[in-house]
Design a protein around this ligand. Sequence first.
Ligand code: ADP
Ligand code: MG
Length: 382
Amino acid sequence: MIKPGSTIGIIGGGQLGRMMALAAKEAGFKIIVLDPVPDCPCAQVADGQITAPYNDEAALRELGERCDVLTYEFENIDYETLKKATGFAHVPQGAELIRITQNRIFEKEAVAKAGVRVAPYRIVENAADLKEAVGEIGYPCILKTARGGYDGKGQITLRHEGDFKETDPLLAHGACVLEKMIPFTKELSVIITRNETGETSLFPVVENIHHNHILHQTIAPARVENTVKKEAEQLALKVAEQLHLTGTLAVEMFLEADGTLYVNELAPRPHNSGHYSIEACSISQFGQHIRAICNWPLRKVELLKPAVMNNLLGQHVERALTQIPYQPEWSVHLYGKKEAKFQRKMGHITVLTEEIEETLLSLEQSGVWQDVQKRSEAAVND
Ligand code: ADP
Ligand code: MG
């Protein structure tokens, strides 16, 4: 067990690192973050920063020397470098989880091996493969780069042959997967945590609403039948088992009208759809992650009250700030990012509520997310 007073090193200094650090500091840990951007969101709450690229081996070695345990806040760390780090530092999550989840091909293979359904897909490396794959999968389908995508980056939806012209940059990036578009009724996610001893905990199954491929809103618990929840939990457990998880794994899923569940994507870390847990659960996903990597016994996760979480992207921040005086029930989180760029995740708000539908309406009426509403109205009118 890693004791309070010890130092935790976090690779990556964005909002996930920041919220991990805040949870760890509550328990008396010290934090050093490795990130190339000085004064990044995590550094603002950490005890120290090593300002260097994530894959700088000397920097990682220094982090290992100064810390008692290392974790990471994102999956795009260089696998070989992290693997080396497991030789000179304590990295309870290991490097294998990163190797698999940073490549959609390996990830889908691992999920399928766990006996869990993924959307039909083909591996595509060039224009000829793509044509053949589209012939097999059919329209509509989605081409995704195997590596390096996030928040919809590195993805193109194909509805007819005319869309092929957009695919060159993706194929130039390297291997891709072509996936069938799943006509889902809901997107769900489950966050699962496991410590080194092998104790496992599950956060409630939640419902996620995306706009332009970016998470807009999470509703906890998901408004689905209990049988669906149970199955979603079982799927997450199977995948975690297959991956020999230590740490946190977020499992994103699609639910079809007939109740079929598919695993869409995995994230080997706390996840945007788990931010509501800071206020709504007996322990947050960040607190549980810290317990897991320090090999503390895991807390029993209980949803204390239903919740809605809305993301604040660059275009929402100013309007959200003007709402603060009128919204006493909003727990406001801002990540300390300097520039409020369009579509950039700047913060989020969480509302605890027994009346989900009323809360959804009140969030809509606040006008903060009017760009999202305009788009959904346009979609309805189409
Ligand atoms: P990332 O989160 O890394 O950007 P995802 O694969 O999770 O990539 O895709 C982002 C979003 O795009 C999903 O949450 C979903 O809304 C939509 N999407 C992705 N793949 C599919 C698919 N096969 N069928 C339907 N929608 C999809
Ligand atoms: Mg995703």
